[in-house]
Unconditional design. Structure first.
Length: 108
């Protein structure tokens, strides 16, 4: 099953975060994300501020729907960085990769 077809599970459903090897395997399923300090992150650049904010709002709506919330950083007038990890476990779980795959489908 594709990551975009899955739904994030409550954090209580995980006993521990995934290993580095497993995270690298999942990284191959998403586009242009990087593992940094046991988190995954990606930078996005938009044509203008309004489009960047539209994207941020779409990510926020998706996060609420999935019950899994990334860190969202806006800088400059058209740049957004998304950082996701499972806060309750201070590491990566499948939820982070599901969310990343779904974020990649957002059209701003």
């Amino acid at each position: 099953m594709e990551l975009t077809e899955k739904k994030c599970l409550p954090c209580e459903g995980y006993g521990s975060s995934m290993s580095e090897d497993e995270a690298v395997k999942y990284l191959g399923k998403i586009r242009n994300w990087s593992i940094v300090n046991n988190r995954i992150e990606k930078n996005f650049k938009f044509k203008d501020f309004a489009t960047a904010m539209k994207f941020v709002n779409s990510v926020a709506a998706l996060a609420e729907e999935e019950g899994h919330h990334p860190d969202i950083h806006v800088w400059g007038w058209n740049k957004v960085k998304i950082i996701t990890f499972t806060h309750a476990l201070n590491g990566l779980t499948e939820n982070d990769f599901i969310l990343a795959a779904k974020i990649d489908r957002i059209k701003a």
